[in-house]
Design a protein around this ligand. Structure first.
Ligand SMILES: C[S@@+](CC[C@H](N)C(=O)[O-])C[C@H]1O[C@@H](n2cnc3c(N)ncnc32)[C@H](O)[C@@H]1O
Length: 207
């Protein structure tokens, strides 16, 4: 398990990274990648949307282009303070401080559940994916962006020491273990030199 797959280490890491997150993150996770991921979702009329690991609100901003009823949850108050500066604390978005692996919502609450760049920090990603599935409505969608596993063996060793990286087989195993039946993966990257993201879009069966 990588050093950041520990909730208190990840919180400490984001206490400092939050100061520069919006400036540095744009090299690997761009507005174009966000727009492409959003295009794989069906929002329908008046959707209720959850952003798990919303951080400074980069993806939340994209979700607000498709929905008025948007909820964001993160375990780092430092990250969320940056989001409050953008959207207000109790205004356009309902924010919660909480844990992806224990979501404070009832079953079948959201039409779309989104989580970008957060699963790699969860000590038990299958439990987190189960939670995302639990709070999504039947017929709804869950979208998860994570870091694709590098091909180079040296980079693999570095990646494994830091946090969770996974390829399509790893994603299949996690999503199946969490009870998902219908899903597809997309590889995304900012430029040919950038690290790849693996984005999974899952459909929750109608009851
Ligand atoms: C790379 S940032 C992604 C932020 C945002 N989703 C985006 O697309 O830019 C990862 C976020 O996940 C949050 N996070 C990590 N582990 C978490 C957990 N167990 N529960 C909730 N949030 C978590 C971190 O605090 C951080 O804000």
């Amino acid at each position: 398990m990588g050093i950041l797959e520990d909730k208190s280490n990840a919180r400490l890491f984001y206490k400092y990274l939050s100061k520069v997150y919006d400036r540095v993150n744009r090299f690997t996770w761009t507005e174009e990648m966000r727009a492409e991921a959003l295009s794989w979702l069906e929002f329908g009329d008046d959707p209720k949307v959850l952003d798990v690991g919303c951080g400074t609100g980069f993806a939340t901003e994209g979700l607000l282009e498709h929905a008025d009823d948007v909820h964001g949850l993160d375990q780092s108050v430092h990250q969320m303070e940056k989001a409050f500066e953008k959207f207000g604390k109790h205004d356009r978005v309902n924010f919660y401080r909480g844990d992806a692996e224990r979501l404070p919502f009832r079953d079948d609450t959201f039409d779309v559940v989104w989580s970008s760049g957060s699963i790699e920090y969860w000590p038990n990603p299958v439990e987190g994916l189960r939670e995302l599935r639990r709070v999504a409505k039947p017929g709804g969608q869950v979208l998860v962006v994570g870091p694709d596993y590098p091909h180079n063996p040296v980079l693999q060793r570095v990646a494994d020491a830091i946090m969770l990286f996974y390829d399509e087989d790893g994603a299949d195993r996690m999503f199946e273990a969490a009870g998902y039946e219908e899903f597809e993966h997309h590889i995304q990257r900012a430029s040919p030199q950038s690290p790849r993201a693996i984005t999974t879009v899952a459909r929750i069966p109608e009851e």
